[in-house]
Design a protein around this ligand. Structure first.
Ligand SMILES: Nc1ncnc2c1ncn2[C@@H]1O[C@H](COP(=O)(O)OP(=O)(O)OP(=O)(O)O)[C@@H](O)[C@H]1O
Ligand SMILES: [Mg+2]
Length: 253
């Protein structure tokens, strides 16, 4: 993948995510994670290669099965939070009243109750990010792509939403593809983790994660027997990719 006549951004990315699987991408800033997600969701057409969703070629076209939480929240400033959250449902032709009812059920979970009629400009970055998450989750997509979706959240809420996401994925057989700079988050949630290097972005390692616990509680998964081992190995492999661009990868544990 190239942008115009610029340098190659991604090369030979061959990746899959099965139904019910939670797959993460980690790698230094600028290695092409958001570019890859824009390609998967059809917002960008790759200069080479193809994307298949449920066996159908979707290269360059959005797939209705995919919900995408972008790295930037992209809320519409002239619509209230409720109107932003119901936008995707309205686009899918869900009647307004039903859309509002479905959205209303999420405001408590995402700690935004009371802000239904606020405008994005009146909310903090983390609150806007939660509204963007709700806008995707309310459409109940089979495949969910999240690009640093939990970055701006405080820790207890992050743990709560991570646990809910994991439970939803495992109970309903959804597929999540996830980008994060937080290795702890990648290890606690993922079935598999792809490590990318930059310039051009390429997969250098793929890990299958088995923490040795069936618990879906994030706090319990963090204290699982093999957590530290995966954390260390993935952290080291990201360090090995480092071309001076991976400043975000400092160890936080
Ligand atoms: N619209 C664009 N036009 C030209 N170059 C772009 C464009 N978007 C991204 N790039 C370049 O492509 C490369 C990959 O960018 P991308 O945003 O995919 O990285 P990333 O891995 O998501 O980084 P981060 O972790 O900082 O979000 C970077 O070198 C970036 O400058
Ligand atoms: Mg990005």
């Amino acid at each position: 993948m190239r942008y115009g006549s610029g340098p190659q951004v991604l090369r030979d990315i061959d990746f899959y995510a099965n139904k019910g699987e939670f797959v993460s991408f980690v790698g230094p800033s600028g290695c092409g994670k958001s570019t890859l997600f824009n390609i998967i969701t059809g917002l960008l057409k790759p200069t080479a290669g193809s994307v298949r969703v449920n066996g159908q070629e979707t290269t360059g076209h959005p797939s209705r099965s995919i919900g995408y939480v972008l790295q930037k929240d992209l809320l519409m400033p002239w619509r209230t939070i409720m109107q932003n959250v119901t936008l995707g449902l309205e686009v899918h032709g869900v009647p307004k009243r039903e859309a509002r009812e479905r959205a209303a059920a999420l405001f408590d979970t995402y700690h935004l109750a009371g802000h239904e009629n606020s405008y994005p400009g009146q909310l903090s970055g983390g609150m806007r990010q939660r509204a963007a998450l709700m806008r995707t989750m309310v459409t109940d997509p089979d495949i969910i792509l999240m690009d640093e979706a939990y970055k701006a959240l405080d820790y207890p809420l992050k743990i709560q939403l991570e646990t809910e996401l994991m439970t939803t994925v495992k109970e309903s057989g959804k597929t999540v593809v996830f980008v994060t700079h937080d290795i702890e988050e990648a290890v606690t949630m993922s079935d598999r983790v792809y490590v990318l290097k930059a310039h051009p972005g390429e997969v250098i390692r793929e890990f299958s994660v088995d923490l040795g616990t069936d618990s879906l509680q994030i706090a319990e998964r963090r204290s699982a027997p093999r957590f530290n081992e995966y954390y260390e190995t993935i952290w080291r492999s990201i360090g090995a990719t480092n071309s001076g661009d991976g400043r975000n990868q400092e160890k936080s544990a």
